[in-house]
Design a protein around this ligand. Sequence first.
Ligand code: PLP
Length: 394
Amino acid sequence: RELLANRVKTLTPSSTLAITAKAKELKEQGIDVIGLGAGEPDFNTPQNILDAAVESMTKGLTKYTPAGGLPVLKQAIIDKLARDNHLTYKPNEIIVGVGAKHVLYTLFQVILNEGDEVIIPIPYWVSYPEQVKLAGGVPVYVEGTAEQSYKITPQQLADAVTEKTKAVIINSPSNPSGMIYSREELEALAKVADEKDILIISDEIYEKLVYNGVEHFSMAQISEQIKARTIVVNGVAKSHSMTGWRIGYAAGRADIIKAMTDLASHSTSNATTTAQYATVEAYNGPQTAVEEMRKAFESRLEKIYPQLSAIPGFKVLKPQGAFYLLPDVSEAAAKTGYESVDAFAKALLEEANVAVIPGSGFGADATIRLSYATSLELLEEAVRRIDTFVKSKW
Ligand code: PLP
């Protein structure tokens, strides 16, 4: 008897897992591996947020909350969206969920019918295609090439739309490229989405991690008309170093938010109550820690970017946000005798003892992704190891 459902038969586990598991195995053998695979800030959650969580528990606030989130948290999110993004939302246009990841999962479940298409720009965050497929949808890829700074053009978007297109996902700042769409670029994409009458899913989880004066602009800020077809997805994981708390949210049309809330009422019931109270403090309390973490990432980027760019056969676009570098290493891989970038990344781990994520998992086969959410000391040592490895085999 076949026990597994068809829907999970094509599910591919997160591409970061294989390399992370291998890195762990090497570490257990006593080998000093530097892990640059991490998708999370390396800072502790700020103390005021921890204190607020403890206080809520001590007060006995440990019961179920409404499925869409605590009213006080929805209000804190509404205030955040007004303060940071100049956007006005009502409580019935907000849902709090178990991390931005599960919010996106729920969103695809409520908007996609079997065969509906979602346009996903390459390079993409690994979970988008799988989540779309799990909802019966079909991912349609559009390539943002290195020449286009890993961003898609309005023409590419227009060409990809069919009768079946339901939505396009825009992730700015981007994981894995670190690129940011300018206001003008967003406006041009939004114009196409409007003409073609499709939803815009705007994943703004790296909003606070922007560097060297580049500004984040929310897709929903363009106009009331665009706001009405945009679902903004965001959360505190990256901004407040709260990855493990699992709180994210969506802001958008009341009918979609209601469907998501109804689905949550039968799946999660609610995001963890303590984590919701912690998030109230994250948004209502002082934002100094957010800026301190941003500055730390920015100074690491400034130091490590030139060093990484100097490695032979590495072509690196300078990221504007998030905490990843995405060098095109196809030349380095070829010149050092590897048939693919995947094989090169494997050798970096096994021989240079640096764990990086092969870009094939993001649809960008020529690249590897390195996270700089680790100390500068380790980053510099990792770059030295990669440099030595490449030069020794060139
Ligand atoms: N979107 C992108 C682009 C991400 O990189 C991540 C986390 O890695 C998420 C969403 C999910 O964030 P959360 O931890 O809130 O689920």
